[in-house]
Ligand binder design. Sequence first.
Ligand SMILES: Cc1ncc(COP(=O)(O)O)c(C=O)c1O
Length: 445
Amino acid sequence: MASDARMTAHGATLTSTSTRHDPWLDQYAERTRGLSSSAVRALFAVASRPEVVSLAGGMPFVSALPMDAIAETTARLIRERGHVALQYGSGQGDPALREQILEVLAPVGVESHPDDIIVTAGSQMALDLVVRVFCDPGDVVLVEAPTYITALSVFSSYQCEVVHVPMDELGLNPDALREAIARVRAEGKKLKLVYSIPSFQNPGGVTQTPERRQEILDIVSTNGVLLLEDDPYGLLSFDGSVPRAIRADDSQAVIYLGTFSKTIAAGLRVGWAVAPHGVREKLVLANETAMLCPSNLTQMMITDYLATSPWLDQVKVFRELYRERRDALIDSLENHMPPGTSWTVPTGGFYSWVDLPPGVDSTAMLPRAVAARVAYVPGTGFFADGQGRHSLRLSYCYPEPDRIAEGVRRLADVVHAELDMLDLFGPAIEASQKTAAIAPASDMA
Ligand SMILES: Cc1ncc(COP(=O)(O)O)c(C=O)c1O
């Protein structure tokens, strides 16, 4: 392919030898370094083909929504209030929606004021704004081990240092948290945030008990560290007992992130942060810088939906649907996975975390799994430091139960084959325990 030389605005000569070469490669900001593509990501393009059972993506099953009612609402909104719905709005979010968010927060015990709520384009954006207003390059963020992939991308894009804190079957381990805080401070580093997903954690599927939450809150309050509580799945508890948010017991030490993505529709991109008063002002300014204002149309769709439909009944429909899928996953894991495999049994949410038998490497195994027409997310994606090689995350939210069962059967065959290879050839030499974090695709979230 012909070579192509051009000048940038600053006079640098850019040479590209193919259309695939990026002539801007040496121009990117330092903060984009962690945002690399990966072979794993490329595999997910294949994994989205219909013959592959994807247990990888965290996509809500939106087909269960009352589509006709939503279509009618939207048409009516535009017909009758199009001059508002299609106009710019408030940088903090529509006051009517902020009022209603208070009702949505009632089941998790958070009492607030509409003034302390900021509406964002999904809770992902709220997460980005919080990190933007608090973290300078080199600041430390403590996160669960493992944690949400795209939170890691946010921390990386603001050049934070991520330190993982071990979890146990009740979530974030308090002793480990105390130790991590002391260690980071002894090293003279600036600790800015503890990021935690206390309910039906992504990817671990575990939930902190009330006692554990209180202990975590005591630790952050005593140490003067801000807790960033991310709670997208709290209402999706399979027995209907919604866990009380940590923010419910402290409005100063905790920023709470919520979303309509899992209870209404991810595609509307409406989430929110509830923040201490001073923080709220900074977040509103950051929100305006990022997008001027959240979409009036999608906020009004949600306002209308909350006001006119039995939305909690719809949440119940989702809960039952996901519980059935969780059961399909766990039954199939029990029936098919080889000894030495273990997994978490989530009591809500979308995910189970699987530890593979010793020696089986989930990243190395992925191409063989995709060839066998099943996909998962390898454990390394959920760590900033290369841990997780022998684990993986399975999502049960999207495929129907019989597809989940088929997917687990295929996965179990692949794991059995890996064990046969290990028997024959011994464990592969792990070139490096350090693997680049997987660049997330939105359907892997
Ligand atoms: C833990 C966690 N936080 C935040 C998000 C982002 O959700 P959204 O931006 O759709 O509100 C997700 C999505 O999967 C998630 O799992």
